[in-house]
Write a protein that binds this ligand. Structure first.
Ligand SMILES: [Fe+2]
Ligand SMILES: [Fe+2]
Length: 249
């Protein structure tokens, strides 16, 4: 199998979830009501399967190796577009999570925003996938030798194995209240040291420790967490966090 084989199989699953989210948008427009449980299932699918596993393998394995090759001008341009689209996709899912929380809080305008965001996603993903499937993945295989292709495929398998274990290990550690980082804590001063608590589940983000499960190194202040960072315990967005009034006891 070619190293793009598993990626193309994953595209088919992503298309199915995106089609269901598009159908949910239509239902919201028709009824004025949202199935927020299903939207959460969609958000979790996109975050773990599409963003971390699928886009992770593209960016950290396939794209990384392609960048070492003498790419044609066209392929280099498409590669840059695809990377920018991945960033756009991660931001879109962070917005979706925020709007879903506004719907749950009962904000009247949020239901229309939710439908609009789902409609955007339903357009964005199929276009991105088509660009990869049609113009990029198969022609790009010509840059690799047989041995290189076999190594890429092996690396993809290891990537997924490690990701799955790290993901669920992170969830269990958070639920058991274990410190997330094996690395030593980094001391911080002033506002950067402020801990933030999740209003939904009570999890406390401690900037001295970071969040190993989401690759946040110790010493990362709350306001420097990426937009797509979520509560490792209950998966709400960072907007649901409030400052805890300072330094760790
Ligand atoms: Fe992609
Ligand atoms: Fe893809």
């Amino acid at each position: 199998m070619l190293p793009v084989g598993p990626l193309m199989v994953e595209h088919r699953l992503i298309e199915r979830m995106i089609a269901l989210l598009g159908r949910e948008a239509k239902r919201i427009r028709a009824t004025g009501k949202a199935d927020t449980d299903f939207v959460l299932a969609g958000i979790e699918f996109i975050r773990l399967y599409a963003d971390r596993s699928h886009h992770g393998k593209e960016e950290e394995i396939l794209f990384r190796e392609l960048k070492t090759k003498p790419l044609s001008a066209k392929h280099r341009l498409v590669l840059e577009e695809l990377e920018a689209e991945h960033v756009q996709g991660r931001k879109a899912v962070a917005r979706l999570a925020t709007v879903r929380e506004r719907v749950i809080k009962g904000e009247a305008a949020a239901i229309r925003d939710l439908a609009a965001l789902l409609e955007d996603l339903a357009k964005f993903y199929p276009a991105h996938i088509e660009k990869e499937d049609r113009d990029f993945f198969l022609p790009c295989m010509d840059y690799f030798t047989e041995d290189e292709r076999a190594r890429l495929l092996e690396e993809e398998e290891t990537f997924d194995r490690n990701l799955l274990t790290a993901h669920f290990e992170g969830l269990l550690d958070a639920r058991e209240g274990k410190p997330l980082a094996a690395a030593a804590p980094v001391e911080l001063e002033g506002a950067a040291a402020t801990r933030y608590g999740c209003m939904a589940c009570g999890y406390i983000y401690d900037p001295r420790m970071g969040d190993a499960a989401q690759h946040i190194p110790p010493g990362t202040p709350f306001d420097q967490l990426p937009d797509e960072w979520i509560c490792p315990h209950c998966h709400v967005t960072r907007k649901m966090f409030i400052p805890q009034g300072g330094i760790r006891p």
